[in-house]
Ligand binder design. Structure first.
Ligand SMILES: NC(=O)c1ccc[n+]([C@@H]2O[C@H](COP(=O)([O-])OP(=O)(O)OC[C@H]3O[C@@H](n4cnc5c(N)ncnc54)[C@H](O)[C@@H]3O)[C@@H](O)[C@H]2O)c1
Length: 250
């Protein structure tokens, strides 16, 4: 699976899943731009990739700000001359059920998890259309496919929106050579779930729901991203790929 020379923009590149994706994509020849607000972690991922002889650059941005997208997309285009893949991966989870959640918290979830996908897509589409080639990959979740009983409704609503946004982009922009797919991981032990995993009962619940009997790993998710990023998967468009050990088939 070869991604040599592909320019890849990856949001949440400093995070648990994003850093693993970045390292695997860079190991396979991609030029990876790590887009994240966490400068310390982002720089450290950049350094690890460069130490392993890969190509990566950390750029600090807030993915909910259109000014940041304008600046970052223009800068990368100037540096590389092309943008091959955008991975809209960053996301947050405010772990509150509907009755405990404020409207402000709901809006924050929507802005970070869905608004950022809208913005990133909006700013790369003109570039990809000019190239008549491009790929957008969105990190949704198993919660974007089912009504997951342990997950806050707001999180599931954002991830469900990403699932259908993906299919809508895929169907509209295929004529411009632009594809769009989403991946749907089950629970992975990353900073996103660390507080929740401090409760052993909750951790066991997540384990018990996986038919394959183990949690997903960051490597499982990164491997799916690598597959969808390479030329061998170039006829795949508009899919929702679960990486979940069978959680969504029960
Ligand atoms: N970990 C899981 O169990 C799991 C399962 C399914 C889906 N997901 C999804 O995978 C994606 C990555 O999750 P993760 O587990 O790596 O989380 P994480 O918390 O480890 O990383 C998320 C990253 O996003 C960045 N980020 C958040 N808001 C930002 C903003 N406004 N601007 C710029 N950067 C911002 C954070 O700084 C962080 O580096 C998310 O979309 C998440 O919903 C995670």
């Amino acid at each position: 699976m070869n991604v040599t020379g592909k320019t890849i923009l990856l949001t949440g590149g400093a995070g648990g899943l994003g850093s693993e994706m970045a390292m695997l994509l860079a190991k396979n020849g991609a030029i990876v731009y790590l887009l994240d607000m966490d400068e310390a972690k982002g720089k450290s991922v950049e350094e690890s990739i460069i130490a392993a002889k890969g190509k990566a650059t950390f750029l600090k941005m807030d993915i909910t700000r259109f000014e940041d997208w304008e600046r970052i997309v223009a800068k990368i285009l100037e540096l590389e001359g092309h943008i091959d893949i955008l991975v809209n991966n960053a996301g947050i989870n405010i772990r509150k059920a509907i009755e405990e959640m404020s409207l402000e918290e709901w809006n924050t979830m929507m802005l970070v998890n869905v608004g950022s996908v809208f913005l990133g897509t909006k700013y790369v589409i003109p570039v990809m259309r000019n190239q008549h080639k491009g790929l957008i990959l969105n990190t949704s979740s198993v919660c974007g496919l089912i009504g997951h009983r342990y997950t806050p409704e707001a999180y599931s609503a954002t991830k469900g929106a990403v699932t259908i946004l993906t299919k809508s982009i895929a169907s509209r922009y295929a004529k411009d050579g632009i594809r769009c797919n989403s991946i749907h991981p089950s629970t992975v032990d990353t900073p996103l779930v660390q507080k929740m995993f401090a409760d052993p009962v909750k951790k066991q619940q997540r384990l018990d729901e996986v038919p394959l009997g183990r949690l997903a790993t960051s490597a499982d998710v990164a491997n799916a991203v690598l597959f969808l990023s390479c030329e061998e998967s170039s006829f795949i468009n508009g899919i929702s790929l679960p990486v979940d050990g069978g959680v969504t088939c029960c």
